[in-house]
Design a protein around this ligand. Sequence first.
Ligand code: ATR
Length: 284
Amino acid sequence: MTTLRLGIIGHPVAHSLSPVFQGAALRALGVDATYDAWDTPPNALAERVESLRASDVLGANVTIPHKQAVVPLLDELDPLAVRIGAVNTVVNEQGRLTGYNTDGAGFVRALRDDAHFDPRGRSILLLGAGGAARGIAFALLEAGVVRLEIANRTAERADALSTELRSHYAAASVQGAPYPPADLSFDCIVNTTSVGMHGGGAEEASPCDLRNAKTGALAVDIVYAPAETPFLRAAAARGLSVLGGLPMLIFQGVLAFELWTGRAAPVGAMFDAARAALAERGSH
Ligand code: ATR
């Protein structure tokens, strides 16, 4: 039996945690496959994607800066990936490549499994309107959120995204909001901006003042390094429930793993491997 191959296509991609926890998942289930970091500059993307058609390749993850550029290189797209216009998972079936987007669904799964928060019927405030916010917004509306507001530094981006979302999900109330937001009466507030991220340029800042947040609301930051961002620290101090970015990262990988292998992913082993690698990195 040949060893099968998986990997993550990005640039740069050396610091990605995916090889760590996907490798752990493969080992935990005894799947004879490797998962590597496939650093791919933009001018080599087409060739890299072609290489995924080989019979020993199960598929790949796709990350920054290729999530949109990969779309026209694939044979088929999952309907949600079509809406989002971005792909983070490619599955190879006998040389035919299908693109999926598990980022948003991974986020929703993290909300449900880790924070015990079911988005159906709830109200959500999204901070940021970039690529990450986009995938999350679509998945939240798919999951039945009834009120979604998007607050972004550049208001035009929030308005454009809101208009697009409304055209697909007429039953929900979706609109742009001022940044920083004044109304915080939401069941859940999600930070997708790079404010508070290591290397994001505003590490000590929080993207909104949580003093007026609803009692019992959930605050989520999609940043996983540091584990506790200033936003989450402020939320915890205010007595809110909090969820960091690691579960979203793991669950997008869980859903990808299940698409590639058809087997239930070993979620615990994936978390353990990711946490150990983060602790190791933090100790340097
Ligand atoms: P990603 O794909 O990770 O979402 P992105 O598309 O570059 O990355 O989006 C980054 C988000 O963080 C954007 O919403 C950005 O706001 P703008 O649209 O106004 O650029 C937001 N962001 C980045 N730095 C910020 C800062 N210092 N203050 C507020 N928002 C910031």
